[in-house]
Ligand binder design. Sequence first.
Ligand code: SF4
Ligand code: FES
Length: 231
Amino acid sequence: MKIKILKDGPYLIEGSIPLYREIMVKYKMLIPERWEKVEKFETKESYALCRCGLSKNKPFCDGSHKKGFNGEETAEDKPFNEIAKKFEGKNFDLLDAKPLCASARFCIKKEGVWEAIKKEENEIEEIKQMVFNCPSGRLVLIDKNGNPVEPNFEKEISILEDNLTGVSSAIWVKGGIPIESSKGFIYEIRNRVTLCRCGKSSNKPFCDGTHLKIKFQDEKYFSGGDKKWII
Ligand code: SF4
Ligand code: FES
């Protein structure tokens, strides 16, 4: 199983990796509580996911990138632990690598995860949900021995919709699937990462939340007057 990034082109997914669409379940206002799978795509041995944002057949590539997409991979090739800052908590600490944020907002529920980890009385399960739902892996909980506390994910890919704002979000890669750059090296293998699918991230191939600023939309998903995407 592997994700191969093609130069100025799509993500080539190899090894029959299951593909889903997930949307946000609301906590309050624009803050989500959790993800919910709403669609399973047919599992094919290999398929190409759009990386330029221009395809008329999202989430799949239709060749539109050939109109001049610049997919240069600008992300720093540094391991997460080197870019993350550590925040001390009562029972767990939090590692935070801000450039990876996909703007999904699970972490700002109530007083925010950075405050929540400091308090003895806070429910650890709720803190875990705030961190585990962070699709980008910007946030990682570690125990007091420095060991990561992570959800068990199958190797799968989800197309994320930020239905609370009406915007299409990133591609969520779960369970440590290797991602090979267009130059042939493998990025650090992680349990949770988000890949850019609007084509405008400044931290390619990873999502940096730009889809929200440019109001990127999978037209097909958000079309129709029934507002099926608001839940
Ligand atoms: S991607 Fe993670 S860090 Fe960024 S807003 Fe969402 S939950 Fe918070
Ligand atoms: S990457 Fe091929 S259409 Fe977007």
